[in-house]
Design a protein around this ligand. Structure first.
Ligand code: TYD
Length: 136
């Protein structure tokens, strides 16, 4: 798993004068079954979220409203992804250190996850993450 496996994915968009509609089906539009959904909101200006890596979890991140940046780091390389529309998202494979920052006011970050919340799936320490990421 490396940064090359993480990518923007365009979602289906049903344009309608009454308002547009986008949908996401697990294993069809994104490469995993969805077991959990959470969202970040009311993020104060200048705040950062994330700051961890996951051993096995896959995620798909969408800017439901407003904008923010996701910075991914596979232990060798870092890339910043700007998110500002709800009709595309960012696929994040396992073993990526991620930081989410540069939140606009009113931004809502929705995350679809491949598994239930599991504390033991996290790397919270960057040096530990780096050690594991570079062993692969
Ligand atoms: P964390 O994953 O560190 O948030 P972020 O990466 O967005 O900064 O989670 C923050 C807290 O919320 C932590 O105490 C764990 C808890 N939490 C859950 O209980 N369930 C969840 O699905 C998530 C994502 C977090």
């Amino acid at each position: 798993m490396s940064l090359e496996d993480c990518k923007f994915i365009d979602l289906p968009k049903i344009l309608d004068p009454r308002g547009n509609l986008t949908f996401i089906e697990g294993c069809r539009h994104i490469p995993f079954e969805i077991r959990r959904v959470y969202h970040l909101y009311d993020v104060p200006g200048g705040a950062e979220r994330g700051g961890h890596g996951h051993k096995h979890l896959e995620q798909f991140i969408i800017a439901m409203s407003g904008s923010f940046d996701v910075v991914l780091d596979d232990g060798y390389r870092k890339e910043r992804f700007h998110m500002n529309r709800s009709y595309y998202g960012l696929y994040v494979c396992p073993m990526m250190w991620r930081v989410i920052d540069n939140f606009s006011s009113g931004a809502v970050c929705m995350v679809l996850a491949s598994d239930y919340y599991d504390k033991s799936d996290y790397y919270r320490d960057y040096r530990q993450f780096l050690g594991a990421a570079r062993q692969r």
